[in-house]
Every structure is written in structure tokens, then in C-alpha cells.
Design a binder for this molecule. Structure first.
Ligand SMILES: [Zn+2]
Length: 152
């Protein structure tokens, strides 16, 4: 346990995060491929029968399917997943709507935590993890426009 350091970066509880496909692109990764790999087993049954095995599907369509279908599979989020992978999946399950560290923390508690442990990071720790992300393209949303929510 450590006390909060006043010298550390300020934690903004109202800051929101989302997956930025452009950041992924700049890192040489494709949002569509990341999404493809998170489609559920039943979707894969269909995808594997297609000529391109799903590789020709746009990120937007994957995201819709993941949100409407795959995210409700019981193993989409489970306690054995790494925390960053889980945060990524939580954002996918919400259709990549911007979420605050607090909202992500609550979702982790609901869907990821094992009842036998309490390793869910506090909102401040979630924000810190996200600020270090270099794989999932998760970025702070700059200048939220008066509660307007715009999808990817
Ligand atoms: Zn599915």
C-alpha cells in the first residue's frame, strides 16, 4: 500500500477512454484483426467457412457483431484474462463508447473479478494502466462534447 503522491500525474475522474483505430493503425495493428480474434466460437464456426475466413470484414461490422452477440458469451470476459485484455473487451462490449476509469472499474468488478480474490484495480490504477497501453490502442477521449456520445 502506498499513499497518493502529490507529484504524480493528476487523476481526472471524468476522463473517458476508448479504442482509437488510428492509434492502432499507427502501431501497425488492425482494429479489424483484433476484433476478428475476439469473435466467439459460434461465430468462428461460420467465419471459417467463408473464403477469406473473416479477414475481409470491416472493423465496424465486427464491432457490431461483438457487441450484439459475442460479448454475451459467458467466456468473453473471464477471471483468467489479463486486466488489459479485459479492459479492451469491456470497451468492445460497449460498442467502443467512451468510458471513464470508474465505469471500467465497475465493469471489471462485475465481469472479470473472481469471487475468491479482489484484484480489481481502483479507478486511479485503471487510468494508470490505460495511460501505459501500447498494444490495444486505448486512448483518452479529448474534449468530450457536452455529453454527446459518438460511436467509432
Ligand atoms: Zn459471436
Amino acid at each position: 500500500m502506498s499513499t497518493t503522491s502529490p507529484a504524480g500525474p493528476a487523476f481526472d475522474p471524468s476522463g473517458q477512454y476508448r479504442i482509437d483505430p488510428e492509434t492502432l493503425g499507427a502501431q501497425g495493428r488492425s482494429f479489424a484483426v483484433l476484433l476478428l480474434h475476439r469473435r466467439c466460437a459460434s461465430c468462428w464456426g461460420t467465419l471459417l467457412q467463408q473464403p477469406a475466413q473473416g479477414l475481409d470484414i470491416e472493423a465496424e461490422e465486427h464491432l457490431e457483431q461483438v457487441q450484439a452477440h459475442c460479448a454475451s458469451a459467458p467466456d468473453f470476459i473471464h477471471s483468467a484474462l489479463p486486466v488489459m485484455e479485459t479492459l479492451f473487451r469491456i470497451l468492445l462490449a460497449s460498442g467502443n463508447q467512451p468510458m471513464t476509469a470508474e465505469e471500467l472499474h465497475v465493469a471489471l468488478r462485475e465481469r472479470w473479478a473472481d469471487p475468491s480474490n479482489s484484484r480489481v484495480p481502483a479507478p486511479e490504477a485503471v487510468a494508470r494502466l490505460l495511460s501505459r497501453d501500447a498494444f490495444y490502442g486505448i486512448r483518452p477521449v479529448s474534449a468530450p462534447e457536452g455529453g454527446r456520445r459518438s460511436p467509432a
